[in-house]
Design a protein around this ligand. Structure first.
Ligand SMILES: Cc1cc2cn([C@H]3C[C@H](O)[C@@H](CO)O3)c(=O)nc2[nH]1
Length: 223
């Protein structure tokens, strides 16, 4: 692919906490035509020694702004990262930052309206000034109670205080964005996968998306 003037077919992998996004991306590590960009959680857990993820969950009102400002920066860096392969799979995006997590914290009041206004100005600037393309969104659709149990089993220490209601609200925001299509500035088609399936059955579900993603890779390479 001539990477000088064409860009990779970009797939955003979206879903609630514990919906299996990392597992989904790992399934595609077998293909050399695809670049995988996983969510930089380790950067959020250690920015110059500060665990912003932990600070945010322990005291959301104090740290939500700091955390979401840094998450958005890392997402923007991932959107802009040059990719030599015909296909790029990204875990989450500046769109889920805006429509799911920042929106959730605004509604919960852990982001003050003035803080939300600042983040929203950044999102508007990014949307108008910096081309963030998405060609397909893979939505790992889950049931809140199922991912809540997975979060408990996964036992990521910072998340153990997350209540089921938080997961339920995040689910509604994902559904609003990706099923009801309530936001116009992310027009990419959405492929919905049933991510409630457990690991033994989920590979079949992933194979459904392989065709859509790899076919695009072949098309891009053949151009
Ligand atoms: C774009 C974006 C991703 C993201 C993840 N998170 C949290 C949810 C999980 O507990 C952890 C890893 O996804 O980070 C968040 O609070 N805000 C976010 N915004």
């Amino acid at each position: 692919m001539d990477s000088a003037n064409s860009r990779p077919f970009t797939v955003l992998v979206e879903g609630n906490i514990g919906s299996g996004k990392t597992t989904f991306l790992e399934h595609f590590r077998q293909f050399e035509d695809i670049t995988l960009l996983t969510e930089p959680v380790e950067e959020w857990r250690n920015l110059k020694g500060w665990n912003l993820l932990d600070l945010m969950y322990r005291d959301p009102s104090k740290w939500a702004m700091t955390f979401q400002a840094y998450v958005s920066l890392t997402m923007l860096e991932m959107h802009r990262r040059p990719t030599r392969t015909p296909v790029k799979l990204m875990e989450r995006s500046i769109f889920s930052a805006k429509y799911c997590f920042v929106e959730q914290m605004k509604r919960l009041g852990t982001l003050h309206p003035a803080q939300f206004a600042v983040l929203d100005e950044w999102f508007t600037f990014i949307n108008t000034e910096i081309p963030v393309e998405a060609d397909l969104i893979v939505y790992l659709k889950t049931t809140p109670s199922i991912v809540y149990d997975r979060i408990k089993k996964r036992a990521r220490s910072e998340e153990q205080c997350v209540p089921l209601t938080y997961i339920e609200e995040l689910h509604k925001l994902h559904e609003d964005w990706l099923i009801n299509r309530s936001h116009a500035d992310c027009p990419a088609p959405v492929l919905v996968l049933d991510a409630d399936l457990d690991l033994s059955q989920i590979t079949e579900e992933y194979k459904k998306s392989e065709h859509q993603i790899l076919r695009k890779a072949v098309n891009v390479v053949m151009q």
